[in-house]
Write a protein that binds this ligand. Structure first.
Ligand SMILES: [Zn+2]
Length: 365
C-alpha cells in the first residue's frame, strides 16, 4: 500500500467519526423539531442504509461527505434551527453533569449562534442570566459609588481605588462567568479557554473582596494590613495558576475546585481572628461588621457545597434540567454573597467617615 492511499484512509476514518457524531446530533435535533417518534423503524432503516452507503465510499468521498454534513450542520446552527438534545448524545467534552438529563444545547461552532442562545431555554439559560444580570447590577452600583461626591470620604481617591478593586473583582468574575456559560457549547477548545477565565474570575472576586475589608478593618495598623494583602494575592495567584491546568475543569475535580476557592476565601479567618483579638468581640460584631462577613461566608460556602454535591438534581434527576439545578443556585448565592460583602464594606466606610482620619493609640480600626 503506498503512503498516499494510507493517508487517504486515515483521513476517511477521522471524517467518518465526525460524520457519525454529526449524524447523531442532527438526527436527535430533527426528531425533537418534528416531535415525532413515529416512523422510527423507517429512520433506522434509512440510517442503516446511509451508514452502509457511507462505509462503501472511498476515503476521499467519505471526507467529502463529512464536509458536506458539517456545512449542513453549521448552516442549521447559523440559522438558529437547532433543538435541545439529551445528555446521553452529548459529545464527551460537553458532558458535565449527568443528573441533567435533557435540555442541553448541541455543539454549536458559531459564536453568533451561542450568543443568540442566551434568549432560548436550555440547561445554561439560568446560569447565563443570573451572572449577566448580576454583572450589570454591580456595574451600576460601582459607577454610582465612583461618582459619589468626594466629601463623603476621608481620603476620596484612595478609598475609591480600594473599593474599586472590589467592584473590578466582582465585575470580572460575573462577566467571565456569563461569557463562559454562553460559549461553553461552541467547541472543545473555546470551552477550555473560557472555563479557565471563569475559574480565574472567582479568584479575582475573592482577592478584590479582601482589599477594602482589610483596608478599613486595619486602617490604623498598615503593617498587618499590607502583609495580609500580600498573602491573599499570593494565594489568589496560586489558585489562578492551578485553574490553568486542563484536569482542573474535568467533572472528577468538581470537589477539588470547590475546595480551592473555599480555602482561598477561608484564608480570611486569620485576619478575622487578629481583628477580634485586638478589638474585642463587641466592637468586632458592631463596627467591625463581623455579622455581615459571617453571613457572606455562609452564602459562599453553601453555594460551594451545593455545587460540589450537585444538590438538588442528584435527588431529582431530570427534574431540575432547566431551573433550580445546583449551578444556578450557586450562581445566585455568589451574587448574594458579593452584595452582602459590599454592604459590610460600605458600613465600614461610613464608620471611617464619621470617625475621621485619626487613629487611637492601639486600635487597628
Ligand atoms: Zn458558572
Amino acid at each position: 500500500m503506498d503512503s498516499r492511499s494510507s493517508q487517504e484512509q486515515r483521513k476517511g476514518a477521522g471524517a467518518g467519526r465526525v460524520t457519525q457524531e454529526l449524524h447523531t446530533v442532527l438526527r436527535r435535533t430533527e426528531e425533537d423539531a418534528t416531535g415525532s417518534d413515529g416512523g422510527e423503524e423507517d429512520e433506522k432503516e434509512e440510517e442503516r442504509s446511509s451508514d452502509e452507503g457511507f462505509m462503501g465510499m472511498t476515503p476521499l468521498l467519505q471526507a467529502h461527505h463529512a464536509m458536506e454534513k458539517m456545512e449542513e450542520f453549521v448552516h442549521k446552527v447559523w440559522e438558529g434551527r437547532w433543538r435541545v438534545i439529551p445528555h446521553d448524545v452529548l459529545p464527551d467534552w460537553l458532558k458535565d453533569n449527568d443528573f441533567l438529563l435533557h435540555g442541553h444545547r448541541p455543539p454549536m461552532p458559531s459564536f453568533r449562534a451561542c450568543f443568540k442562545s442566551i434568549f432560548r431555554i436550555h440547561t445554561e439559560t439560568g446560569n447565563i442570566w443570573t451572572h449577566l444580570l448580576g454583572c450589570l447590577f454591580f456595574l451600576c452600583l460601582g459607577l454610582m459609588y465612583m461618582f459619589r461626591p468626594n466629601m463623603s470620604f476621608v481620603a476620596p481617591v484612595q478609598e475609591k481605588v480600594v473599593i474599586g478593586m472590589f467592584f473590578l473583582g466582582a465585575i470580572l468574575c460575573l462577566s467571565f462567568s456569563w461569557l463562559f456559560h454562553t460559549v461553553y457549547c461552541h467547541s472543545e477548545g473555546v470551552s477550555r479557554v473560557f472555563s479557565k477565565l471563569d475559574y480565574s474570575g472567582i479568584a479575582f472576586l475573592i482577592m478584590g473582596s479582601f482589599v477594602p475589608w482589610l483596608y478599613y478593618s486595619f486602617y490604623c495598623s498598615p503593617q498587618p494590613c499590607f502583609i495580609y494583602l500580600i498573602v491573599v494575592c499570593i494565594l489568589g495567584l496560586a489558585a489562578i495558576t492551578v485553574s490553568q491546568c486542563d484536569f482542573f475543569a474535568t467533572p472528577q475535580y468538581r470537589g477539588v475546585r470547590a475546595g480551592v476557592f473555599v480555602g482561598l476565601g477561608l484564608s480570611g479567618v486569620v485576619p478575622t481572628l487578629h481583628f477580634v483579638i485586638s478589638e474585642g468581640l463587641i466592637r468586632a460584631t458592631t463596627i467591625g461588621q463581623m455579622g455581615w462577613l459571617l453571613l457572606m461566608a455562609m452564602l459562599y460556602i453553601t453555594g460551594a457545597c451545593l455545587y460540589a454535591a450537585r444538590i438538588p438534581e442528584r435527588f431529582f434527576p431530570g427534574k431540575c434540567d432547566i431551573w433550580f439545578h445546583s449551578h444556578q443556585l450557586f450562581h445566585i448565592l455568589v451574587v448574594a454573597g458579593a452584595f452582602v460583602h459590599f454592604h459590610g464594606v460600605s458600613n465600614l466606610q461610613e464608620f471611617r467617615y464619621t470617625a475621621g482620619a485619626g487613629c487611637a493609640e492601639d486600635g487597628t480600626l
